[in-house]
Design a protein around this ligand. Structure first.
Ligand code: CMC
Length: 427
């Protein structure tokens, strides 16, 4: 198939079909409006491809996820988060020398400008850390006006390294501010995940030793979150970037998009759901009966995905890690037991089977974060740290390909033209 034909009354129009490297096909309707005066309407972009991209491939029917051609299962087993970040941003896996150079160039940027301390001081202690992280990320543009030109590859390179280096510091400071503890400077002898854990949990008064098993589990979680093609936050980063906004501003908007409970915020929502079940003494079946009652407005958080209609390969890996981490920490497994009970019932229940609803990446990740001691409202922040290389890779790809400003159209359904009645005559 190379063309699609659209019949409009007695007129026939042909549109080219674009074929991707894995065989998916799309009708290119770029000149539909100029040829017919019509637009397409696709609420939630369920059938709309917004770009061509060579970064991540997903086959939702078969449960396949690959970054730059590499299977997520293999990356999770054999690589580190920084290697994956390099792969996403630069397009190829690094050699040992390239990885060392990349690691070093990121490590030397981990500190935040001291004046940021005052900026943090302005936020209420109760502020949600996603709001703080989004604001501080946007504020990077005010501290580094020397690297904001989206058309200068050197600026983009510096901005990329600053973001990858500073986001864990920004995130950990948001947490420290919320509990009134001193900020911990990064320790550049440590790996990426270990450094983050130390900035989160150490204090200047005592020695803090990072548990390598926990650091490895966190590194794995970051890998699993690193990209997911045109999801809500990545599309947001692209849309904002398409106005030629700088990389810091674009990434800050991605953090805000990720915050929502239907996107990255779901990992927090899952734990809150499990805790409330535990508190109310609800069994898995009782809770699922509520979910299935549409009047209740309750969803089974951590279940369902726009793209995966068979299983989410990330969820499988996370479930295994979850069991390992809990065993290692010798933690009580009540929430894990509840989650497994819900999963088991849901996977056999007609409601979920019919709608092809399976556990997604968020279903088990929160249980691991909680076992590590990460507070619930920091869960989505960790998702953001993981997703950062993906956001940067998409923003950069868009700039390299050339783009037009993202500007969807609409079908107007409001009032037709009316005459304004002066204020005094209304009422
Ligand atoms: N619990 C109960 N019913 C559900 C759920 C759920 N988690 N997800 C979808 N449904 C039902 C929905 O009510 C609808 O039923 P009906 O056809 O009777 O109206 C049907 O399944 C299709 O749902 P949809 O909302 O049209 O599907 P979508 O593709 O627009 O939404 C989703 C995808 C992920 C937003 C949705 O499945 C959901 O809300 N899940 C819970 C939140 C969640 O776990 N989000 C994390 C997604 S993975 C991480 C990420 O990428 O951010």
């Amino acid at each position: 198939m190379s063309k699609a034909t659209l019949k409009l009354d007695d007129k026939e129009l042909e549109f080219p079909i674009i074929t991707g490297s894995e065989g998916e096909q799309a009708i290119d309707i770029g000149n539909l409006r100029s040829a017919t005066g019509l637009i397409t309407l696709d609420q939630g972009f369920v059938n709309t491809g917004s770009c061509e991209s060579a970064i991540t491939f997903i086959d939702g029917e078969k449960g396949i996820l690959r970054y730059r051609g590499y299977r997520i299962e293999e990356l999770a087993e054999k690589s580190s988060f920084l290697e994956v970040a390099y792969l996403l941003v630069r397009g190829e896996l690094p050699t040992p020398a390239e990885l060392e150079e990349f690691r070093h160039s990121i490590t030397i940027h981990t500190m935040l400008h001291e004046d940021f301390r005052r900026f943090y001081g302005g936020f209420p202690k109760s502020a949600h850390p996603m709001a703080v992280v989004s604001a501080v990320t946007a504020a990077l543009s005010t501290f580094y006006p020397d690297s904001l030109d989206p058309d200068d590859p050197l600026h983009v390179e510096i901005c990329t390294k600053r973001l990858l280096a500073k986001l864990p510091t920004i995130a950990a400071y948001a947490f420290k501010h919320s509990i009134g503890q001193p900020f911990m400077y990064p320790d550049n002898r440590l790996g990426y995940a270990a450094n983050f854990l130390r900035m989160m949990f150490a204090t200047p008064c005592e020695e803090y030793l990072v548990d390598e098993v926990i650091a490895k589990a966190l590194d794995l979680l970051l890998i699993l979150h690193a990209d997911h093609e045109q999801n809500c936050s990545t599309s947001t980063v692209r849309v904002v970037g398409s106005s030629r906004a700088n990389l810091f501003a674009s990434i800050s908007s991605g953090v805000s998009a990720l915050w929502g409970p239907l996107h990255g915020g779901a990992n927090q929502a899952v734990i809150e759901m499990l805790q409330s079940m535990e508190k109310q003494g609800l069994s898995g079946k009782q809770f699922l009966d509520k979910v299935k009652d549409k009047q209740s407005g309750i969803r089974l958080m951590g279940f369902g995905h726009r793209v995966y209609k068979n299983f989410d390969p990330r969820a499988k890996i996370i479930k295994k890690t979850c069991t390992e981490v809990l065993q290692r920490l010798n933690k009580q497994t009540k929430l894990l037991d509840l989650a497994m009970e819900l999963e088991e019932i849901a996977l056999r229940d007609e409601y979920f089977v019919e709608r092809k609803l399976y556990p997604n990446v968020d279903f088990y990740s929160g249980i691991i974060y909680q076992a590590i001691g990460i507070p619930v409202d920091m869960f989505t922040v960790i998702f953001a740290i993981g997703r950062l290389p993906g956001w940067i890779a998409h923003w950069t790809e868009m700039h390299e390909q050339g783009f037009r400003i993202s500007r969807p159209r609409q079908v107007y359904t409001g009032a037709t033209e009316r005459t304004l009645v002066p204020l005094a005559q209304r009422g």
